[in-house]
Write a protein that binds this ligand. Structure first.
Ligand code: NOJ
Length: 491
C-alpha cells in the first residue's frame, strides 16, 4: 500500500491530486501574486507580487560522492568518520546521492512551484587542497546543476561556504584559526565567481558564521571539533568575518557586472517580550550588541564598544584595514531564522535591556533547541532593516525537523511542521505587508538530509527520503508549501 500510493504520489507530483489539492485558491481566485502585479499591498494576506519562494540545501548534507571527480577531503568527512561524533554513526559519504540524482531533485523543486533554489558549492570539489590547482572536473558538477535549474525555470542562489572546509586547510593552517584560510577563501570565491556568475546572479559568502565558530571551535560538536578558549574563539570569528569581506571583494572583482553578494547568517534573534515602544527600542539595542562579533561588524565596520568592553583581553587582534574589508558593501543580508533566542525588556541598566529567562514549559519542536517563536520571523528582518538601513533581505533558511513517521497509508502527515511553518510565515507576511524589504524565502529543506552531528535522525525535508532506496516522497508539508507558493499567501 505504502509503495503503491507513494509511487502514484510521486508520478503525479506535478498535479498533486493524491492529496486533493487544486491550483486554485479555496475562494476560487487565481493566485494573488500572479494577478496583482508588483505589489499586493491592500490585499493584507498576500505577499508582494515579486516575492521569491524557494528551498535550500547544502553540499555536504546531500551530495555524497565524496571521492568522485577529484574532490578532496573536507573537515566534515574527517569528523564524521571519528567514532562517536555522529549520533547515529552515519557519515555523508552517500547522503542523498544528489551528485548523481540532481536531475530528479530539480524536478522535486519544480513540482513545488518554487522559483528559486539555494544550494552550496563544495570548496573541496573545486580546490581539493583548498588552495593551489583548481579541479575543473569538480566545478563541472555545478555547471551541470546550474544548467538543469535554469532549464527548469529555477533561479540559482549559491552559497560559497556551508562548513565543508578542505581538510588540507585545517591540517596546514588550523582552518579559520588562521587568516591564511580567509585569503584562500577569497581565491576560491574569485574562481567560482569568474566561472559561474554568467548563470548565478546571487551569491552568499558564508553560512552561519556564529554556528560554525561556536559549535565547531567552541563546543566541539561540529567539525573540526575543537574547544578553544575565548580569545582564540573571537579570533576565529574575526578571521571568518575577514574571509567574508575578502570574498565580497573577490566576487565584485571577478563576477559579471550585476552579481549580487552578501552573508547568510543565523542572527541572534531578539524579540520584545511585550510590544511596547520602550521594549522595541531595547530589543534593537540587544540585537545590535548580541550580533556584534559578525553581522554588526559587517554592517557598521567596527566592533561595538559593548563588544570590546565585554571581550576585554579576549578581544581579537585586528587592524583598521581588516574592518574596512569586513564591511565591504553588500547587496543583501541573508537570515537563517529558526527560533527566538531572547525575549527582551527595557531595563534601567548600562546595557539598556534585560534578557528574560525561558520558562521550562516554553514550546519547542522535536528538538529542544528548536523553540517555537514565530514572531522571530517578523522582528529579525524588521530590526535588520531598521538598525542598518538594509534594503534587501532574504530568509535564507527556515524550517523544522519533525518525527515524520509514515502512517498506514504510507504518507507522512507532518501537521506539526505545517503548524510551525504557517505561524512563521504569517509573521513574515506581517513584515512584508509593513514594507520590511524581504525579497524571498528559502525553506529548509527541500528533502531530508544529513543533519550534521544528528546524522539522519533529524528530518527537515518537505520530501521524505528513504536512505536505503533513495526514494523521495512528498510529505503533506510539500503540498502545503506548494499551495502557499501558488497563491502567494499563507494558507
Ligand atoms: C542551519 C544550517 O545552515 C543547516 O545546515 C542545518 O541543517 C539547519 N540549520 C537545521 O539545523
Amino acid at each position: 500500500m505504502f509503495n503503491r500510493l507513494s509511487r502514484r504520489h510521486f508520478a503525479k507530483i506535478a498535479g498533486w491530486s493524491a492529496l486533493g489539492l487544486s491550483t486554485k485558491s479555496a475562494s476560487g481566485q487565481t493566485p494573488s501574486g500572479t494577478q496583482a502585479g508588483p505589489s499586493n499591498r491592500g490585499q493584507p494576506s498576500s505577499f508582494p507580487g515579486h516575492f521569491l519562494w524557494g528551498t535550500a540545501t547544502s553540499a555536504y548534507q546531500i551530495e555524497g560522492a565524496v571521492n568522485e571527480d577529484g574532490r578532496g577531503p573536507s573537515i566534515w568527512d574527517r569528523f564524521a568518520h571519528i567514532d562517536g561524533k555522529i549520533s547515529d554513526h552515519s557519515t555523508a559519504d552517500v547522503a542523498n546521492d544528489h551528485f548523481h540524482r540532481y536531475k530528479e531533485d530539480v524536478q522535486l523543486i519544480k513540482a513545488l512551484g518554487a522559483k528559486a533554489y539555494r544550494f552550496s558549492i563544495a570548496w573541496p570539489r573545486v580546490f581539493p587542497e583548498g588552495t593551489g590547482a583548481p579541479n575543473p572536473k569538480g566545478l563541472d558538477f555545478y555547471n551541470r546543476l546550474l544548467d538543469e535549474l535554469l532549464a527548469n525555470g529555477i533561479e540559482p542562489f549559491a552559497t560559497l561556504y556551508h562548513w565543508d572546509l578542505p581538510q588540507s586547510l585545517q591540517d596546514r593552517f588550523g582552518g579559520w584559526r588562521s587568516r591564511e584560510t580567509s585569503k584562500a577563501f577569497a581565491d576560491y570565491a574569485a574562481y567560482v565567481a569568474e566561472r559561474l556568475s554568467d548563470r548565478v546572479k546571487d551569491i552568499f559568502t558564508i553560512n552561519e558564521c556564529s554556528r560554525l565558530v561556536y559549535s565547531g571551535y567552541g563546543a566541539g560538536i561540529d567539525a573540526p571539533g575543537l574547544s578553544l578558549p575565548p580569545q582564540e574563539l573571537n579570533q576565529v570569528m574575526h578571521n571568518v568575518a575577514l574571509g567574508h569581506g575578502l570574498a565580497v571583494q573577490a566576487v565584485r572583482a571577478h563576477g559579471r557586472a550585476g552579481t549580487k553578494v552578501g552573508p547568510a547568517e543565523n542572527l541572534v534573534v531578539c524579540i520584545p517580550a511585550i510590544e511596547t515602544p520602550a521594549n522595541i527600542r531595547a530589543t534593537e539595542i540587544a540585537t545590535r550588541e548580541l550580533n556584534a562579533g559578525y553581522l554588526t561588524a559587517i554592517l557598521e565596520g567596527k566592533y561595538t564598544d559593548g563588544f570590546l568592553a565585554y571581550a576585554g583581553k579576549n578581544a581579537p587582534t585586528y587592524t583598521a584595514e581588516d574592518l574596512k574589508i569586513i564591511s565591504s558593501p553588500i547587496d543583501f543580508v541573508g537570515l537563517n531564522i529558526y527560533l527566538p533566542h531572547h525575549y527582551v525588556v527595557a531595563a534601567d541598566n548600562a546595557a539598556g535591556f534585560s534578557l528574560l529567562p525561558f520558562p521550562k514549559s516554553f514550546p519547542h519542536m522535536e528538538s529542544d533547541w528548536l523553540k517555537i517563536g514565530p514572531e522571530a520571523m517578523y522582528w529579525a528582518p524588521r530590526q535588520v532593516a531598521k538598525l542598518w538601513n538594509v534594503k534587501s533581505i532574504y530568509i535564507t533558511e527556515n524550517g523544522a525537523s519533525a518525527s515524520d513517521q509514515p502512517v498506514a497509508d504510507g504518507n507522512v502527515y507532518d501537521l506539526d511542521r505545517i503548524m510551525y511553518l504557517r505561524n512563521y510565515l504569517t509573521q513574515l507576511q506581517r513584515a512584508t505587508s509593513e514594507g520590511v524589504p524581504v525579497l524571498g524565502y528559502f525553506l529548509w529543506s527541500l528533502m531530508d538530509n544529513f543533519e550534521w552531528a544528528d546524522g539522519f535522525e533529524k528530518r527537515f525535508g518537505l520530501y521524505r527520503v528513504d536512505f536505503n532506496t533513495q526514494r523521495r516522497t512528498p510529505k503533506l508539508s510539500a503540498s502545503f508549501y506548494r499551495e502557499i507558493i501558488e497563491r502567494n499567501m499563507v494558507v
